[in-house]
Design a protein around this ligand. Structure first.
Ligand SMILES: Cc1cc2nc3c(=O)[nH]c(=O)nc-3n(C[C@H](O)[C@H](O)[C@H](O)COP(=O)(O)OP(=O)(O)OC[C@H]3O[C@@H](n4cnc5c(N)ncnc54)[C@H](O)[C@@H]3O)c2cc1C
Length: 540
């Protein structure tokens, strides 16, 4: 196999970063080629694509609007309005069409461009990519990679679970009986076969030999790699208490857990959920919807304390109680009771409650043992840099098993961003950097609208805007600092969540319309209020 020498790009300074207005593009000439350079928001994230719109033939992309389309940063052609991914230049409406992507960077405040490194097709080596973990983050990388560099790798995927890749977020509606397993499948085994990917399901990888560049599976299979992608996600945290390993004690993480919960519900049993966080409450609501008697045990007196303040947590608790879910608050579980099977729980104060099923939803733990055993640098997750590369340059990690700038994420939105960056680097056209994400939480319990993002506590220098209507159960709270939103909490009406998130992510100065901010985008146009706050509702 021939290996191409890496060529260093020659960078040319185009302009100062400040000369490009946020969320707009400029055109530049690189040799004979017109290049469109885009700046994302007010950040130093820049992208460069060929300026020629392939549909109209006109050099116009620099004048296109940029935005987020289903999690993909795009520019819309001003002529026929097709969207092109800023990461890989592929047209979203027609994946056969793309525009070239140019390496671009910000260096000492200046925007610099380089010519893309061209590999002659006949000398470009086909490499071997092995992915460990067939979950949401890893498969997003593979999808993106197949779009931008379909010929670059022979891909092998190992999955510990016996299923194709499914939308884990939707386990809650499956548990509640609102969706079927088939409805949450993202990639069936047939999809992998059609894409030319070798898939080993129900076959966890048990060792990585970085010297030989080989992974070994539980079935004894050995597969060599040129690049390795670790996407092993995480698992439910098992409390280190007596009885935690008893049959009938489960986590809420995968399809197998859901089928165990369905079986318990069919037997008409009672369930206790340990943990009043997002996962615990979704599990409790799902089990209750299946007809089980459900009690949630929480160590504090506020539910979802990392996302909610006591007032919103109280509204949520009352709404769940109205569905028949019981709560034991401020309770520390010290033992799970039972001999052959779980029969109940004991708390620190000596109280005991019965249970036929215990769901532990007390946090998650990254699956990093494999990476650690292979000598990769790990802390809470596998430590990666801004390109999602681990300390071994051949090994990348994405998703809940990865630790980036001291953070391990447990929600999908950041993982999509990581996947996009990782794919461009695996494709060899890597010029994107992952710089961390803003996270937001939505509870997926039908009939309860809840959204929380950013900061929650009022600290010196921040101020709050608040709206409460106990009659209809609506509560909105915004935290501001320097006239910019730094925290959003919406209960009972989360229709405007995306608007608040955009204002927060864009660090938009809201001073001109803060009087109507709580009433949503319908009261604002072009950054100024268009209507007075409604007079029939309590004023903030
Ligand atoms: C019930 C539930 C509800 C959720 N709701 C939301 C939500 O509303 N919003 C949100 O943003 N996020 C939500 N999440 C979180 C979201 O699902 C995760 O952040 C996301 O799935 C993580 O993706 P991942 O690829 O890192 O891990 P996973 O999707 O867990 O995939 C990792 C895969 O790797 C496999 N694996 C592990 N070790 C090995 C090995 N050695 N060999 C082979 N395979 C291995 C695992 O079995 C698993 O299939 C929810 C999660 C759950 C469980």
């Amino acid at each position: 196999m021939t290996t191409m020498p890496m060529t260093r790009p020659t960078w040319r300074t185009i302009c100062a970063l400040d000369e490009i207005l946020p969320d707009t593009g400029v055109a530049a000439l690189l040799g004979d080629t017109q290049v469109a350079i885009f700046r994302v928001g007010e950040s130093d994230e820049v992208h460069a694509l060929g300026n020629r719109d392939p549909f109209s033939g006109a050099n116009v992309l620099a004048r296109g609007l940029i935005g987020d389309l289903g999690g993909v940063l795009v520019v819309a052609s001003p002529v026929y309005k097709q969207h092109f991914s800023l990461a890989n230049g592929v047209c979203l409406e027609d994946a056969e069409v793309s525009v070239p992507v140019f390496p671009v960077r910000v260096f000492s405040g200046a925007v610099q461009l380089a010519q893309p490194v061209e590999y002659p097709a006949d000398t470009q080596p086909r490499q071997r990519l092995v992915m460990i973990g067939n979950g949401m983050a890893g498969m997003r990388v593979i999808e993106e990679l197949l779009r931008i560099a379909p010929e670059r790798y022979d891909i092998t995927v190992f999955g510990a679970e016996p299923h194709g890749n499914y939308n884990r977020i939707l386990l809650s509606p499956v548990l509640a009986g609102e969706k079927t397993v088939a409805e949450i499948m993202l990639h069936t085994p047939e999809w992998y076969a059609e894409a030319g990917i070798t898939l080993h399901l129900g076959e966890p990888v048990t060792a990585i030999d970085r010297r030989k560049r080989v992974v070994r599976s539980a079935a004894g299979r050995e597969v060599s790699y040129d690049r390795l992608l670790i996407a092993t996600g995480s698992r439910g945290n098992r409390l280190p208490i007596p009885g935690a390993e008893l049959p009938g004690v489960i986590a809420f993480r995968d399809l197998q857990d859901v089928s165990l919960m369905h079986a318990a519900a069919e037997a008409g049993q009672s369930a206790v959920v340990i943990g009043g966080g997002l996962l615990g409450l979704e599990a409790a609501a799902g089990l209750r919807a299946q007809g089980m008697a459900v009690t949630v045990v929480h160590g504090l007196d506020v539910l979802m304390e990392r996302q909610l303040d006591p007032y919103a947590a109280g509204l949520l608790r009352r709404s769940l109680e109205a569905r028949g879910i019981q709560f034991v608050m401020n309770a520390m579980t010290v033992a799970i009771l039972g001999d052959q099977h779980v029969t109940g729980l004991r708390f620190k104060d000596g109280r005991e409650i019965p249970a036929d099923l215990v769901v532990m939803a007390a946090g998650i733990k990254a699956n990093i043992e494999l990476a650690k055993a292979a000598g990769l640098q790990c802390a809470h997750g596998i430590v990666v840099d801004d390109t999602m590369q681990s300390f071994d340059p051949r090994v990348y990690a994405v998703g809940e098993c990865a630790q980036h700038r001291n953070r391990v994420y447990g929600l999908v939105a950041p993982l999509w961003e990581q996947a996009r960056v990782c794919a461009t680097h695996l494709a060899g056209s890597g010029h994107l950097r992952y710089q961390g994400s803003l996270t937001a939480t939505r509870l997926k319990v039908t009939g309860i609208e809840l959204y929380s993002a950013g900061e929650l506590s009022l600290v010196s220098g921040s101020e709050e805007l608040c709206f409460r209507d106990p009659e209809v159960g609506v509560y909105k709270r915004l935290l501001l600092r320097d006239q910019r939103i730094v925290g959003v909490l919406l209960y009972g009406d989360a229709r405007d969540a995306n608007w608040y998130q955009e204002l927060m992510a864009g660090r938009v100065d809201v001073s001109l319309f803060r009087d109507v901010l709580l009433f949503g985008p319908g009261h604002v146009a072009n950054g100024v209020p268009t209507r007075q706050p409604p007079s029939s509702v309590p004023t903030p």
